[in-house]
Design a protein around this ligand. Structure first.
Ligand SMILES: Cc1ncc(COP(=O)(O)O)c(C=O)c1O
Length: 441
């Protein structure tokens, strides 16, 4: 039992705290900063690529209007940055209007605010299984039921979403929105197929739901054709374009340190979100908004994004090659065409959470799959990040990881053989040996 379990103010905490848990990725941060660890765990872009000179220059530009940079700003954000966002969304072929754009403190705050304005306790949210752990975290405070819809290599399976909706509705539960990360999803790296984007819109329309489209990685495609955002498909359909709430962020195309993202949605929803944000942090940092404005207006941000993509592609290739070279045949993984993550699935009897300390002892870290589900699935899975670590370290990290996995597999083989020979000693030949599936899911 830890000191946290013995908290003497337990009787004072709100009920909502019981459903809240720290994201596995956040908990790993302290371990990951240990020297010598090859961290395949973070979700970090490589901010070293930005460079001191470019950084100095944007600060210099902002200093010319230091009074505004140091001041409070409007809750929904400064006008200039909203124009930048219209351009960024345009680069993803998504029409955006300045007045439908609302600045948040990272897309993470967008998730929290959407939860705040839509979710009552017991409401249901449909999301991918697995899904972004930070979204589970943000929603948990509002105590919804998380319904994971199974995915395959083309993303969330619409038939399964329909079935889930039917059965939840039968139970009289109010479903509020479908949450999806359509491009190079965190944690799987999987992209939602275009037909499925249309289908999700159809489903949302049939059931009168919101779609929360969380798209931090769409511009980070280094292979294949760009796919239309769900927001743009809704706009094209001409059906009123009001049920997609789109979340964007500067974290992956610029830098997470500025903590700046946005919501693009219809005015009614933004009005509620505005009130929610006033209570949360009044406004996002003017300084961050002005830094971004300065960079996106005066520098070639598209070429910076292209540079990040090239870095990511090389590292993704290295990771895929290393996985193919070192991993046992029983391990499978995804092949993302962009973004930052690969999802690996181990044999079902292995537990990636239980295995982590051994991996860290060998100086490699990953995020166990369990944290990306609300109900304990994903134990035999892991998320591997390829954007942050240099290629040689990625290779070494995967080699070390494969050693840990093989150790575990051999251990199980030994156990099975032990059980079989013990059983054979006791039972007449022909009786099936006891099955041992310590961590089967
Ligand atoms: C799918 C997804 N949504 C939201 C976020 C939060 O991003 P931000 O840094 O903009 O808060 C992340 C961060 O990794 C993410 O992967």
């Amino acid at each position: 039992m830890s000191i946290i379990d013995l908290d003497r103010f337990d009787f004072l905490y709100a009920n909502r705290v019981k459903g809240m848990k720290s994201a596995a990725t956040r908990d790993l941060m302290a371990t990951l900063s240990r020297p010598g660890i090859i961290s395949l765990a973070g979700g970090f872009p490589d901010t070293r690529a930005f460079g001191e000179e470019a950084f100095r220059e944007i600060y210099y530009n902002v200093a010319a209007d230091s009074a505004q940079a140091l001041q409070y700003g409007p809750t929904g954000g400064l006008e200039g940055i909203k124009d930048v966002i219209v351009d960024v969304m345009e680069a993803e072929n998504t029409g955006a209007r300045q007045e439908d754009t609302f600045i948040t403190t990272g897309a993470q705050q967008g998730l929290d605010l959407v939860g705040k304005v839509f979710l009552d306790e017991g409401d249901a949210v449909l999301c991918e299984g697995p899904t972004y752990a930070g979204a589970l975290n943000a929603f948990a405070a509002y105590r919804p039921r998380i319904i994971h819809v199974p995915m395959d290599r083309a993303g969330m399976i619409p038939v399964a979403a329909r079935e889930a909706l039917k059965s939840i509705r039968k139970r009289g539960i109010h479903v509020k929105f479908i949450y999806t990360v359509p491009n190079f999803q965190n944690p799987t790296g999987v992209t939602l197929a275009v037909e499925r984007r249309y289908e999700l819109l159809e489903i949302a329309h049939e059931h009168d739901l919101i779609i929360l489209e969380d798209n931090p990685y769409g511009m980070l495609r280094f292979e294949g054709e760009a796919l239309p955002t769900i927001a743009s498909l809704e706009q094209e359909s001409g059906a009123g374009a009001d049920r997609v709430v789109y979340l964007g962020t500067f974290s992956k195309i610029f830098a997470p340190g500025v903590r700046l993202g946005w919501v693009h949605a219809q005015p009614g929803i933004l009005h509620k979100i505005n009130i929610g944000k006033q209570g949360a942090d009044i406004c996002s940092s003017n300084l961050s908004q002005m830094l971004i404005y300065s960079y996106f207006r005066h520098a070639d941000w598209r070429s910076y994004v292209r540079r990040l993509m090239m870095i990511n592609k090389e590292r993704r290739d290295t990771m895929l090659d290393a996985l193919a070279e070192y991993m046992p045949n029983e391990v499978h993984w995804t092949h993302p065409e962009g973004g930052l993550f690969i999802w690996a699935t181990l044999p079902s009897y292995l537990d990636a959470t239980a295995m982590l300390p051994r991996a860290v002892a060998k100086n490699v870290a990953y995020v166990p799959g369990e944290g990306f589900y609300s109900g304990g699935a994903g134990k035999n899975c892991m998320r591997l990040n390829f954007s942050f670590v240099e290629p040689e370290s990625i290779r070494r990290g995967i080699e070390l990881l494969s050693e840990v996995i093989r150790e575990r597999m051999e251990l199980r083989g030994d156990l099975e053989r032990g059980v079989r020979s013990a059983t054979l000693g006791k039972r007449p030949t022909g009786t099936p040996a006891a099955s041992i599936h310590p961590q089967g899911q």
